[in-house]
Design a protein around this ligand. Structure first.
Ligand SMILES: [Zn+2]
Length: 228
């Protein structure tokens, strides 16, 4: 073969290889996104950003329910031994906030879901560990908007516990779904252990509620810890 032919064959082989590589290179790149799919699946159960729902999400200074009245629903009234106390707790919170916070029984929109359960029976020596209730709230971390809450009340036998007509446990759990955390004072309705016969909502909690829901800046949320 002459030099000219060798050169032409060489160029042709080079071009074929170039086209071959060019065609296959993009396919190699296409395989990479599979790693991102794994990340999306992992993130599936985290709360989506509020910006997914609102183009201009309002950012609140404190955890805030945006609906008024706030809706609540009792999922199994027939099991709840203290339906009257639940209703009384909502009434007292409304009264203590001069009607700025009020509630209505409804299962639409953002809802406080309440469920009752029979309490476990503890040995007599273990009375202090009786759990009266538990609560959680769903709060967007970026806007502090509360979009839901769950409460479980345990039916307590009054022979095991000093029961009163004042809905201490009911108010405590409802305040949790309004975003309030515990306060370690024995005088506080938000004491984590309870059972101190507290018969009123702390002045600083009702003040804070007035600040949040009345927008009145002469009230403050000083000394309050919030759930996040
Ligand atoms: Zn608590």
């Amino acid at each position: 073969m002459g030099y000219g032919i060798k050169l032409v064959v060489g160029i042709v082989i080079f071009l074929v290889l170039s086209v071959f590589l060019h065609i296959y290179t993009p396919e190699l790149e296409i395989e990479e996104p599979s790693v991102q799919e794994d990340e999306i699946i992992q993130n599936e159960y985290t709360l989506p950003s509020a910006e997914t729902f609102y183009t201009n999400p309002k950012v609140y200074e404190f955890p805030t329910w945006t609906s008024r009245p706030m809706h609540y629903t009792i999922l199994n009234k027939e099991v709840c031994k203290n339906n009257k106390k639940i209703a009384e707790a909502f009434r007292i919170i409304s009264q203590e906030t001069d009607g700025l916070v009020w509630f209505q029984e409804s299962d639409t929109g953002n809802v406080i879901s309440i469920e009752c359960e029979d309490a476990f029976t503890f040995p007599e020596s273990d009375l202090e560990t009786i759990r009266h209730g538990e609560a959680s709230s769903i709060i967007y971390p970026d806007t502090k908007e509360i979009v839901g809450g769950n409460i479980k009340f345990f039916n307590i036998n009054c022979l095991q516990w000093e029961c009163s007509n004042y809905p201490e446990t009911e108010i405590h759990e409802i305040l949790h779904v309004l975003g309030f955390g515990h306060i370690n004072s024995e005088e506080s309705i938000m004491n984590p252990i309870g059972g101190n016969n507290v018969r009123r909502i702390d002045f600083k909690i009702s003040s804070c509620l007035k600040r949040i829901y009345g927008g009145n800046e002469s009230y403050s949320c000083e000394g309050i810890s919030f759930l996040t």
